[in-house]
Design a protein around this ligand. Structure first.
Ligand SMILES: *[C@@H]1O[C@H](CO)[C@@H](O)[C@H](O)[C@H]1NC(C)=O
Ligand SMILES: *[C@@H]1O[C@H](CO)[C@@H](O)[C@H](O)[C@H]1NC(C)=O
Ligand SMILES: *[C@@H]1O[C@H](CO)[C@@H](O)[C@H](O)[C@H]1NC(C)=O
Length: 820
């Protein structure tokens, strides 16, 4: 217990003092032992007793023992031999760590006398530890871009052993990229480092497995290893690469929008974003390509996105760029050559270069009137154009390669066709063929190639004499099939002289409408027919003319009373006609002869005995001949001188009349030889000049009549069937005329041309005409035999003007003959 403890404490102090003394006393003569670590228990470290100079036999008395706790833990002193033995396992590394020397201090205490001894036990190292790495499996991340000779420190291996037993070297497993460099620190520690000998390529070898071995210097050698995995980190060192640098594709031009042309494919061996490829158009890509093609940025599909047109462009180059998602990004390029193939999608075109429109109608055949060419934007057969012209037009096509000319093929006539629709049909050689039709409306322009034409070959105008000036005579009309000015007509009268006066003083024409007017009052007795030559002219350049004759017939009016030729009324006392008393009834006493300056009805004379005569019952006057004959035999009671009043009346309306006075003297002695009835003319011998002229007139009238009849026949035959009468003189049917031979004497020695009364006119005459009606009709037949045709009632008008003219012509001649 406690006493012992107190004693121990006291003893310690004492021992310490002693120890100090002893130690002092012994100087540096300290006992040093060494023992290898890990020695077996009981291993003798040294003989303390002997080394301290103690005898074995005194040992129990000296109660030799170890003095400190520490010493006691590992060592023990054998009292029988005084040896210091290992009493517990010694681990140098535990006791001294990494210290280079490991010395344990051991105190030995001896009593009787108390003595303190100090020993040193050095624990010698034994290679009992292998080197070891803190991390057995280590991963190193190295970018593939790491440069050669780059260093990467590795963990050092630990070895608790010291000295040569500590880590003395490192080894690296063989590999193609790294070497090992070991640096020695001033304290002798070794630091291993990886050195990059050859550039890494993740794409080639994404991972390098290394084994690092640490070796100590003990014997036997001990080693430790560490597994090192080098992960090669990706660097964007690969550009996307296309399968091909040039893609070629052919596509028909009518490919629908949206169709896939092809798919470009670029690959990038890099990892992650560095290998994610996106497609886009290259910088050189033209706008038209961007418009017509679409590129899918992910898939690389190229689609048609617009209407391809071979004719616009037949070749496209699409520059495609592929880039990855690295930073900085890398790119690859390729070209996509698109060849557009033709489809027959363009109809041919007809391009008019020039066209003569309108075409003058006098254009001669084979004249070029139009130039044009054809075009088809397609190529090959699709662009081969043939051209045709519609049939039935007087034009043709002449070709010279792709140039065509339109030529006239026949002569043109605007008056028959003034406009042609010329169809030009262009057709290409595609299948199916496309056609284009161009319709040209070709106008034919007028040329003054048609003279005006009058509607009739001649015109007849009828005008009552004594007309007021300015009356409308007739209207001539002409037409001109030309156009415009070429058909604008101007009428005029051809100048000339009529009866010593210019014709313009007779008639006047409206230049615009062809109305012909009388300029003066006409006198039938002076002028019966006026032929007027009317000229019509168009306004073309040069103008064309036509002329026509207008016959103006002046119609008679009953403006002249009959004139008595015989018996002469100019002598105051007419010579009496001598008649023998013995004259039988019917004896020709005298013949009243009268003429009328008028014509036709107006000149048709009738003779009547007026009751104012001395004895009207004694004489009879022939109504038409004017022959005065005795009505009965004379009687003695009859007065010797008879005064006869003969009324000579024309057939005008109203009629005009004159009276002739004949004095008849009845005589006993007949003077037969000098008063034969047939000696009427001879009886006029007192007036030889009159007789002479009458003979001439007779002859002339006969000749003219014959000529007129001949002419009449000719004209009637020619104009048979023609019913055009421009101007009717009047509406009365009594205007029907025919050629009649007037009765002369019984011997037909005096012929007149005069109007032939139709039966309708007869009742209008006085009753005195009636007995002669049958005679008249007979005469009408005579006139029919003469060629003028019978004047049939009801259908007379067609031919009547001719007859009238002829009749008047005859009368005129007669008038002219008797004029003086
Ligand atoms: C792209 O090209 C690569 C390499 O040539 C290939 O492996 C891949 O299958 C292609 N992709 C397509 C979509 O063709
Ligand atoms: C052709 O004639 C028509 C009518 O006749 C006319 O409208 C057109 O303008 C003319 N064309 C030419 C080119 O003269
Ligand atoms: C009138 O016509 C005739 C024949 O038709 C011709 O000979 C004559 O010259 C013409 N006169 C004029 C003025 O044109």
């Amino acid at each position: 217990g406690e006493p012992r403890g107190a004693l121990a404490l006291r003893g310690k102090v004492v021992i310490s003092v002693l120890f100090l003394l002893c130690g002092w006393g012994r100087g540096s003569g300290q006992i040093h032992y060494s023992v290898v670590e890990e020695s077996e228990l009981g291993t003798v470290v040294g003989n303390v007793a002997r080394d301290l100079g103690l005898k074995v036999e005194e040992l129990p008395g000296r109660r030799l023992r170890l003095g400190s706790e520490e010493s006691l833990r590992y060592f023990a002193v054998r009292l029988d031999s005084g040896a210091l033995v290992v009493s517990q396992r010694l681990d140098r590394e535990r006791l001294c760590g990494a210290a280079a020397s490991c010395v344990l201090s051991v105190q030995v205490v001896a009593e009787n006398p108390l003595q303190l001894f100090r020993l040193e036990v050095e624990i010698l190292d034994l290679n009992d530890n292998s080197p070891s790495f803190p991390t057995a499996h280590r991963t190193l991340r190295i970018a593939e871009s790491a440069t050669v000779a780059a260093r990467f420190p590795l963990e050092s291996a630990q070895d608790p052993d010291v000295g040569t037993n500590a880590v003395s070297s490192y080894r690296l497993s063989p590999n193609s990229h790294f070497s090992l460099d070991v640096k020695q620190q001033p304290d002798g520690k070794l630091f291993p480092e990886l050195v990059l000998e050859r550039a890494l390529d993740r794409e080639e070898q994404p991972e390098v497995q290394l084994v690092l071995t640490a070796v100590d210097g003990g014997s036997p050698v001990r080693s430790g290893t560490a597994q090192i995995t080098v992960q090669v980190l990706d660097v964007n060192d690969n550009a996307p690469t296309f399968d091909r640098t040039t893609y070629k594709v052919k596509v028909p031009e009518n490919t629908p929008v949206g169709a896939v042309l092809l798919r470009v494919n670029a690959s990038d061996p890099d990892e992650g974003p560095n290998g994610e490829t996106q497609y886009s158009f290259g910088v050189h890509t033209s706008d038209s390509v961007r418009r017509l093609f679409a590129l899918d940025p992910r898939s690389g599909e190229v689609r048609v996105s617009g209407a391809l047109d071979f004719e616009e462009s037949r070749f496209y180059e699409i520059y495609v760029r592929a880039h990855d998602g690295g930073v900085p990004e890398m790119e690859g390029n390729c070209v996509l050559q698109v060849q557009v193939e033709d489809a027959n999608d363009n109809p041919p075109e007809v391009l008019l270069t020039s066209l003569l429109n309108p075409v003058p109608e006098d254009t001669p055949p084979e004249t070029v009137v139009g130039l044009f060419n054809v075009r088809d934007r397609d190529s090959g057969a699709n662009g081969d154009v043939s051209l045709e012209i519609s049939p039935d037009v007087p034009f043709a096509i002449r070709s010279l390669q792709n140039h065509f000319s339109l030529v006239t093929q026949k002569s043109l006539d605007r008056e028959s066709t003034s406009q042609y629709a010329v169809e030009l049909i262009a057709q290409d050689g595609g299948s199916p063929a496309l056609t284009t039709t161009l319709t040209l409306l070709l106008n034919i322009s007028d040329v003054n190639d048609n003279p005006p034409r009058f509607s009739q070959p001649s015109y007849d105008a009828f005008l009552q004499e004594n007309n007021p000036p300015g009356s409308l005579l007739c209207t001539v009309s002409a037409s001109d099939p030309d156009d415009g000015d070429n058909s604008r007509l101007v009428y005029s009268i051809e100048s000339g002289q009529v009866q010593d006066a210019p014709i313009s003083s007779f008639v006047h024409i409206n230049p615009d409408n062809g109305n012909l007017y009388a300029q003066r009052t006409f006198d039938f007795e002076l002028l019966q027919v006026l032929p007027v030559s009317v000229v019509v002219r168009d306004s073309g350049s040069p103008p064309l003319y036509a002329n026509v004759t207008v016959y103006i017939f002046v119609l008679d009016q009953n403006d002249h009373a009959p004139t008595i030729l015989y018996p002469a009324s100019d002598s105051d006392v007419p010579a009496p006609q001598r008649v023998p008393l013995s004259a039988p009834p019917g004896y020709l006493v005298a013949k009243v002869t009268a003429v009328d300056a008028d014509a036709g009805h107006n000149a048709w004379l009738s003779y009547r005995l007026l009751p104012q005569s001395t004895d009207p019952s004694l004489f009879h006057v022939s109504l038409y001949t004017g022959e005065v004959r005795t009505a009965r035999a004379f009687q003695d009671s009859d007065m010797a001188v008879q005064q006869l009043l003969v009324l000579v009346m024309d057939n005008g309306d109203p009629p005009l009349s004159t009276t002739a006075t004949i004095t008849v003297a009845l005589e006993e002695a007949a003077l037969e030889e000098s008063f034969k009835p047939q000696d009427f003319l001879a009886g006029a011998k007192e007036k030889p000049d009159l007789t002479f002229y009458l003979i001439i007139a007779l002859g002339a009238i006969s000749t003219v009549a014959l000529a007129t009849v001949t002419l009449l026949v000719a004209r009637c035959l020619r104009r048979r069937g023609r019913a055009a009468v421009t101007l009717r003189p009047t509406d009365s049917p009594s205007q029907c005329y025919s050629t009649c031979f007037s009765p002369g004497s019984e011997r037909s020695d005096f012929t007149f041309l005069r109007p032939c009364p139709t039966p309708a006119t007869l009742p209008r005459a006085s009753g005195a005409f009636l007995p002669a009606a049958g005679t008249l009709r007979d005469r009408g037949q005579v006139s029919g035999d003469a060629g003028a045709g019978p004047a049939l009632p009801g259908a007379p008008t067609a031919r009547s003007p001719r007859g009238a003219r002829s009749g008047r012509a005859g009368s005129r001649r007669a008038a002219a003959a008797r004029g003086p």
